[in-house]
Design a protein around this ligand. Structure first.
Ligand SMILES: [Zn+2]
Ligand SMILES: [Zn+2]
Ligand SMILES: [Zn+2]
Length: 158
């Protein structure tokens, strides 16, 4: 191939970037630790709440509580009791002894012979270590408070 001529000219390279905002709402709940709930009027619409992107043309997300939407209700997970049944012992507070498998007796080997001895547990049972024998565990949903604070959360995405 033979190059017969060279002609120079200017070129442009464009990049088109779009930047949009979306807003969505959902009900969320958290453990209620006491205090007052103030309702001063009607809740504002999702687009009436001021929120500005931290930086233009950069993806980001913020979550805000919509004012005037909070209320306190008993926890649905524990029915307001603050504790739920222990899943390890099914509320019994005890479970089968790990060493004797619930029989209350175990075999001890000594000087080439073996004999059946009492395990030393509570007749084949031991306290459940997950709930410390209470049969109940603190409700994780309401942190043992029994009540939940519900409110509408606004999620703004850029
Ligand atoms: Zn035992
Ligand atoms: Zn338990
Ligand atoms: Zn609860």
């Amino acid at each position: 191939m033979t190059i017969v001529d060279l002609v120079s000219f200017s070129g442009y390279h464009y990049t088109l970037e779009t930047f949009a905002e979306s807003r969505s709402t959902k009900w969320v709940s958290e453990a209620f630790h006491g205090g007052n709930i103030y309702i001063t009027g009607n809740p504002p619409g999702p687009w009436d709440i001021p929120a500005n992107p931290p930086q233009l043309f950069h993806s980001s997300k913020i979550e805000l509580e919509v004012p005037n939407t909070a209320s306190v209700k008993p926890c649905h997970k524990c029915r307001g009791r603050g504790s739920t049944m222990c899943g390890f012992c099914h509320g019994r507070g005890r479970r089968n002894c790990f060493r004797c498998s619930g029989t209350g007796r175990r075999t001890e080997f000594r000087d080439g012979s073996s004999e059946q001895v009492s395990c030393g547990c509570m007749g084949g049972q031991e306290w459940c270590s997950s709930c410390n024998g209470r049969g109940m565990n603190e409700c994780r949903k309401c942190s043992g408070r029994g009540n939940l604070r519900w409110f509408i959360q606004l999620t703004v995405k850029w």
